[in-house]
Design a protein around this ligand. Structure first.
Ligand code: GAP
Length: 488
């Protein structure tokens, strides 16, 4: 990583602390690597993102619903899902200082290439071949071994029940599928979404909130009839939409743009899958206002993809601070999970649908909420000699407007409070009366508030206020009666 990139990461870290976006958890005790808390502004941003996600993805189909499932699940769930056996990361220990590193990361940092999916023997070989040393003490590294990333917990007075903190929200949807299928009147496709915490004992948490040990996922499991994988009832809506794809066999080139129809015909991407790729891309480009050049779907090879996936394209964003970063994935998980649960629980997950028996297949749309929050801050953070500003899309900005009384006297403060009271039920408004107007603008810019409304002496005379636009810094006089419309 270059110095320039590192310094941007540091700039984001200080802005996040200063303006209450995020900071290390339990910091007064020194913190624990991989755990972060969100402050007031970060929480607002994160909730808005989650709600935007809910509205958009649950809105794709009348048979998509959100559920809430437990964070702690019994061991058998993860035996069935395959996480007990396969959810492992390669680790390597320094023979001198004893530090344990994530083997593929330490090699990646050194050779600037991705080594996901390699076996411990292959990684050990690479470390030896390139003489890679411990990043802490320069000591010699041992052989690569594997470590399960799940946090185990013991439940009950005698700690008799073995369980795990869920490493993905997805399993909550699978264990509830058969009940929800009955409740939703036995229709497919059925979508079950969960927005909640996932826990992984990451060996090397890093890059602030992008690799944590406790993080939030927003995942939608779409259960469908596998025989219908090459159709979608709204195919016509998506077939001409141009996807930005970075396939395995084109890694040395730039991403390509192809229509969903071309992806289906020439790249064997099933229609059901391609339709959802289009919807995911539209979410990032149209709702989160991510520039096209900063977005791509990256295909994973058979060795790289997660153990449960048959087709796997990651959603990647090109961040200013750390380069291309995976923020989610579109996963064709087949009947891997439901069949696994059927076997281990002894409760057959077969359903009767369209006059036949079947175990539904699953298309998973998986998103890392914290990584997307981080990406929104990273991509919209502008610091130049004039000012620091977070040009967040209006839909996720912590507040829609800030209200400033020019002075706290002459009835101006009273008028400003009235305006605040009048607007606060329909918009998220922020009242700030302290410091010069210049300082208040600077504060609002750093929080990403799109509009600042200043109440001054003229307001008392003609009922207008000054409205300043965050991005252009242009100011205009607007009638108080028109503010509601302007903000909504
Ligand atoms: N259910 C599928 C699943 O969990 P994943 O690729 O392991 O797939 C999905 O995780 C997303 O969760 C990732 O794309 C990433 O955005 C986010 N994520 C994964 N590990 C994370 C971590 N340690 N810290 C923050 N976000 C993480």
């Amino acid at each position: 990583m270059s110095d320039k990139k590192e310094s941007r990461l540091e700039q984001i870290e200080s802005l996040a602390k200063k303006r209450g976006f995020f900071f290390p958890s339990s910091e007064i005790y020194g913190g624990v690597a991989g755990f972060y808390d969100y402050g007031s502004n970060g929480t607002l941003l994160k909730r808005k993102l989650e709600n935007l996600w809910r509205k958009y993805f649950l809105g794709l189909n009348g048979n998509f619903f959100e559920i809430e499932a437990a964070n702690i699940m019994p061991e058998k769930v993860f035996v069935a899902s395959g996480h007990k056996e396969n959810f492992v990361d390669p680790t390597v220990k320094c023979n001198k200082c004893g530090t344990v590193h994530r083997a593929d990361h330490i090699i990646e940092d050194c050779l600037k290439e991705s080594f996901e999916g390699m076996t411990p023997v292959e990684l050990t070989e690479l470390i030896k071949q390139h003489k890679i040393r411990c990043t802490k003490c320069k000591g010699e590294l041992g052989d690569v071994s594997i470590l399960n990333m799940m946090f185990s917990v013991q439940i009950g007075a005698d700690l008799e029940v073995k369980a795990y903190l869920r490493p993905e929200t997805a399993q909550g949807a699978y264990v509830n599928f058969s009940r929800q299928f009955e409740i939703q009147r036995k229709k497919l496709p059925l979508g079950l979404a969960i927005v909640g915490k996932a826990f992984r004992n990451e060996i090397s948490p890093r890059q602030l909130t992008t690799r944590m040990r406790e993080f939030t996922q927003a995942e939608l499991q779409i259960f469908f009839d596998a025989e219908k994988i090459n159709e979608h009832e709204k195919w016509n809506e998506a077939k001409n939409y141009r996807l930005i794809l970075y396939p395995v066999d084109g890694r040395e080139k730039n991403p390509i743009e192809v229509t969903c129809e071309e992806a289906n015909k020439n790249m064997e991407i099933p229609k059901f899958y391609a339709y959802h790729l289009a919807k995911v891309q539209q979410f990032f480009l149209e709702k989160l206002k991510i520039e096209k050049s900063k977005f791509r779907f990256r295909e994973l090879s058979a060795e790289e993809r997660a153990f449960y996936n048959k087709i796997h394209w990651d959603i990647e964003l090109n961040l200013e601070s750390v380069g291309w970063k995976e923020v989610g994935g579109v996963h064709y998980r087949t009947d891997h999970d439901l069949s696994g649960h059927g076997k281990v629980s002894g409760q057959n997950q077969e359903i009767f649908f369209n006059e036949k028996k079947l175990v539904p297949h699953v298309l998973e749309l998986s998103f890392g909420v914290d990584r997307i929050v981080f990406a929104l801050i990273d991509l919209n953070y502008i610091a130049d000699e004039k000012r620091t500003v977070l040009k967040l899309p209006v839909a996720v900005a912590p507040f829609s407007a800030a209200i400033f009384p020019l002075v706290n006297k002459d009835g101006i403060d009273k008028k400003a409070e009235d305006i605040y009271e009048n607007l606060k039920n329909d918009s998220d408004v922020f009242y700030d009366e302290s410091g010069s107007i210049g300082r208040r603008y600077a504060r609002a810019d750093e929080i990403g508030i799109p509009v600042c409304i200043t109440i001054d002496h003229q307001t008392l005379e003609d009922g207008t206020v000054t409205v300043r636009d965050r991005d252009t810094t242009k100011q205009e006089r607007v009638k108080i009666d028109e503010l509601k419309n302007k903000l909504t």
